[in-house]
Design a protein around this ligand. Structure first.
Ligand code: IMP
Length: 189
């Protein structure tokens, strides 16, 4: 089965391809000729995920899914949440986002945080949503070179390594996106 993953983030494509296995062929936005940035102007992950998926369906006519992810930090009342990508402003920068988060967490004892992903699927004219959560904590400085985004400062519960120190397969097994993709695959199968 062929389906478009509506993202411009190659790291996400790698993760999702690895999680989906051989039964599915992922088509990228580039492969359907979509080179513009997708709109995501809502204030919930669900809104943004469906906004991206509907944009691709409406403009390119292909069945697709899109994800939106947020990092919710307890000591910051759930921020940056849906604004995780633009936490330190435009243009989006993982480097500046992580710096800003670390500075806001200075002196905070409660380090609890969670990633949440919502996947919006449009298939045969119907819409479906899947989600996944990974609980963990924010550490004091970056460790690890894998992954992307906030991975180097997030240690998932039950582990002593950050997401950026785990392999793709290890991260997929426990991550927010990995869990949402599993729910997507169960539905598609
Ligand atoms: P979006 O889902 O692409 O809008 O991501 C929002 C923000 O969360 C961006 O800053 C991403 O870098 C970050 N992000 C998304 N997924 C992950 C992840 O799996 N690990 C760490 N950061 C992530």
């Amino acid at each position: 089965m062929k389906i478009c993953f509506a993202t411009n983030n190659n790291k996400k494509i790698e993760e999702v391809k690895s999680a989906l296995g051989n039964d599915f062929t992922i088509v990228s936005l580039e492969e359907i000729g979509c080179r513009e940035e997708l709109p995501e102007t809502g204030d919930t992950l669900e809104h943004n995920a469906f906004q991206k998926a509907r944009y691709v369906k409406d403009h390119y006519g292909v069945d697709c899914f899109a994800d939106d992810t947020g990092l919710e930090v307890a000591a910051l009342d759930g921020a940056p949440g849906v604004y995780s990508g633009r936490f330190a402003g435009e243009p989006r920068s993982d480097e500046r986002n992580v710096d800003l988060l670390l500075s806001k967490m200075e002196g905070k004892e409660n380090r609890k945080a969670r990633f949440r992903t919502v996947i919006a699927l449009i298939l045969n004219g119907e819409e479906h949503a899947f989600d996944g959560v990974a609980e963990g904590e924010i550490i004091h400085e970056r460790i690890g070179t894998g992954g992307f985004g906030y991975d180097p400062i997030f240690i998932p519960n039950g582990f002593e390594k950050t997401f950026a120190e785990l392999t793709l397969v290890e991260k997929n097994n426990i991550s927010h996106r990995g869990k949402a993709v599993k729910a997507l695959v169960n539905f598609l199968k």
